[in-house]
Ligand binder design. Structure first.
Ligand SMILES: Nc1ncnc2c1ncn2[C@@H]1O[C@H](COP(=O)(O)OP(=O)(O)O)[C@@H](O)[C@H]1O
Ligand SMILES: [Mg+2]
Length: 331
């Protein structure tokens, strides 16, 4: 898939790189009153720049959807501020032109309408001139590989295609911020991969993407940064890379060779601390010492060398467990 895409409507080229698109300050949401009072989101501050993908990660009920709905202008915050491209979606309705959103269960589509009709309809609703909405709709459908389905009612499309149409609709007014609530939930592997590639592409054209997920692999593959929320509070926020690095105590390498190792080689490699299983060698050590190991394998051809990092599942579980807070009534 072609990743570089030049936006046709131009805002991305004109704005300075890395400008702040989303800023939330101490965002809080209290549902109910008295005994029913429940703080679903507490003091959430997030910043998101152009071209960045932030994965908002947390267990079910942590407050992800509530936060995203507040940013989208759909749920009024009890406290705190939100600005999107400098405008407050709760005070300045025109801030909504900067925001595209796909909420849980892609309800932003009319199931009896075709993708083409949905795009035009929602474009007009978002104050895009009909002609522009039509042209842009066709561009998006082409880009998303949906040209042939453009006149098929949405209800007849596969789940993955529906999700792509939903994302296209969210982009029809060329927003600077794309909010995706659980974008790969319920999709099969192939459809998930498609959606992930699309999200990457959307960020590469300069949009800021905030996605919520409780699928750690999605966060790991897509995000530049991760914010982990638990019981309404952010308990970690860092670049995905740094978070993983911080938690990977030692690096494990998986090597594969093309021929059989001699008994002498197996001996040397084992001495270096690696384990040999047939043509697979596993080695936990520093990158520097890896060269010694590679030397010992010579001249048997190498098929692959892979580095195994800590994965987000481990990081996540560790963080969530370290922050256990028994004084809280809800979980
Ligand atoms: N409209 C509402 N009224 C009362 N409680 C709600 C409402 N919406 C969500 N909640 C509660 O707020 C908490 C956070 O929910 P949500 O933001 O949907 O979490 P997540 O998306 O992380 O699963 C949950 O405990 C949920 O039950
Ligand atoms: Mg949710």
């Amino acid at each position: 898939m072609q990743l570089a895409h030049r936006p046709t409507d131009g805002w991305a080229e004109n704005s300075s790189s890395g400008s702040v698109v989303l800023d939330t300050r101490n965002l809080s949401k209290v549902y109910g009153r008295g005994k029913q009072r429940f703080e679903a989101v507490q003091q959430v501050s997030l910043t998101l720049r152009q071209g960045e993908v932030l994965a908002f990660l947390g267990p079910n009920g942590a407050g992800k959807t509530t936060t995203i709905k507040m940013i989208a202008g759909l749920v009024r915050p009890t406290q705190g501020q939100i600005t999107v491209a400098g405008e407050d979606p709760h005070r300045q309705p025109r801030a909504l032109r900067h925001i595209g959103a796909v909420l849980e269960g892609n309800r932003n589509l009319y199931w009896r309408l075709t993708p083409e009709e949905n795009l035009e309809y929602f474009g007009v609703l978002r104050q895009v001139p009909r002609k522009v909405a039509h042209r842009r709709g066709l561009e998006l459908l082409a880009r998303f590989g949906l040209e042939e389905k453009r006149q098929t009612p949405v209800q007849k499309l596969s789940r993955g295609m529906q999700q792509k149409v939903a994302i296209a609709v969210a982009l029809i007014h060329n927003p600077k911020l794309l909010l995706l609530d659980e974008p790969t939930l319920g999709l099969d592997v192939e459809a998930s991969e498609m959606v992930k590639a699309l999200v990457r592409q959307i960020a590469q054209e300069g949009r800021a993407v905030l996605l919520t997920t409780h699928q750690l692999d999605v966060a790991e593959e897509l995000s530049d940064r991760v914010a982990i929320i638990r019981r309404g509070r952010i308990i970690a926020e860092q670049s995905t890379e740094a978070l993983l690095r911080e938690f990977s105590s030692s690096t494990t390498y998986h090597l594969e060779v093309e021929g059989d190792l001699s008994p002498q080689q197996i001996h040397t490699v084992t001495q270096l601390g690696a384990t040999v299983q047939g043509r697979q060698i596993t080695y936990a050590g520093t990158p520097e010492h890896l060269y010694g190991l590679l030397g010992a394998l010579s001249p048997v051809p190498l098929v692959s060398v892979q580095r195994d990092r800590a994965d987000l599942t481990q990081v996540f579980l560790k963080l969530v467990n370290d922050h256990s807070d028994s004084s809280h009534a809800h979980d």
